[in-house]
Design a protein around this ligand. Structure first.
Ligand code: PLP
Ligand code: COI
Length: 335
């Protein structure tokens, strides 16, 4: 397969329309068969549920070229299940897991030329997104929906940032108790735009959100979960208001089974920050991005190294790229 003429190693994290995307529509209580289309435009009612009341959720996943030249996805059934959970919370129709996996496969296959080659540092990011297309004026769920799965070749999410990120403790909250923080609702990201713009203007790369109820525990950033290292232990926040990251869930297993580390998933108080030697962000887009410091008003917490997180990152990427044997069921073959 001849690849597109792209400078893969210089890619950042941005939208690059590719040849085909999968589109399916829901009406009258059922999804249609769906198809691949070259049309990247969406035409919907001016009164669509997504436009009036932000009825939309999405997923983020990647396809990788492995060392031996196959193309694979990483645990895509977990994205299918998380999207179904988002749909339930937002009164949207679930898309069946088997069909979701098949649609992902079709999308990647149709864009094979856009899947970055092995070893270039880039991957093919897939963005399943569902939105209410039907008109609603009163506040209620739409009656019709569209699911699209499109993809873009991407490089690092924090492209051009210093080797270690600088975060601030965010003065705004991300998710209320019993709200939508645990699902991938578009509204969670709309509300983060003002805080992230302010953080960037102040010279920070990202915001660390605190729990909205007490503002004493660490939650996550706008687009990734938090990881900490203390001795031989990997520690990550447990909270019902953060997005359950598939990367974090996988890393806890990798840390235990591949690196022989202890792991803890528990509430982490802001005041514990001084006790950790390493800090990082994890997610599909972020992979593992090391954090150098976190600023809380006039207090600055610094993290001296990133050796353990770099080992974890190598192990995760090694599994995803077929350099290291993966736990059973983690690798979903496309080609
Ligand atoms: N937290 C938030 C708010 C996110 O948007 C993401 C990205 O999907 C993550 C965490 C990481 O989740 P995952 O590892 O499943 O990509
Ligand atoms: C992902 O990691 O896939 C996400 O959805 C995060 C987003 C902020 C790019």
């Amino acid at each position: 397969m001849e690849k597109r003429n792209v400078d893969w190693s210089r890619l950042g994290f941005g939208y690059q329309p590719t040849g085909k995307r999968f589109v399916t529509n829901y009406a009258g209580g059922a999804w249609d068969a769906g198809c691949l289309t070259g049309d990247s435009q969406v035409v919907i009612s001016e009164c669509a549920g997504v436009l009036q009341y932000a009825q939309t959720c999405f997923e983020g996943m990647k396809a990788y070229t492995t060392k031996d030249g196959r193309i694979v996805c990483f645990r895509p059934e977990l994205n299918a299940r998380r999207m179904a959970a988002s749909c339930r919370r937002l009164c949207m129709p679930e898309y069946p897991e088997e069909k979701f996996l098949e649609a992902v496969k079709q999308t990647v296959l149709a864009n094979e030329k856009w899947v970055p080659p092995y070893g270039c540092g880039a991957s093919f990011y897939l963005r399943p997104v569902m939105f209410g297309t039907g008109a609603v004026l009163g506040v209620k769920p739409a009656e019709t929906y569209q699911l699209r799965i499109f993809g873009s070749p991407v490089g690092p999410y924090f492209h051009g940032s210093a080797p270690a990120l600088s975060l601030r403790v965010c003065p705004y909250d991300r998710a209320a108790p019993h709200g939508t923080g645990h699902v991938k609702a578009g509204l969670n990201y709309a509300m983060s735009l003002y805080p992230i713009s302010e953080a960037h203007a102040q010279g920070f790369d990202e915001n660390v959100y605190l729990d909205a109820a007490t503002r004493t525990y660490l939650e996550e950033t706008g687009g990734a979960n938090l990881l900490f290292v203390k001795g031989n232990t990997l520690i990550t926040p447990k909270s019902s208001t953060i997005l359950p990251s598939i990367t974090r869930q996988s890393l806890l297993e990798v840390a235990r089974d591949y690196l022989g580390m202890e792991t803890q998933e528990r509430p982490i108080a802001l005041e514990e920050l001084g006790e950790f030697s390493e800090c990082g962000l994890c997610g599909t887009a972020a992979v593992i991005s090391p954090v150098g410091k976190i600023t809380d008003k006039d207090k600055v917490y610094t993290f001296s190294g990133s050796t353990t997180l770099q080992e974890l990152r190598s192990a995760l990427l090694g599994i995803q790229m077929g350099e290291i044997p993966a736990p059973a069921g983690w690798i979903y073959p496309i080609v």
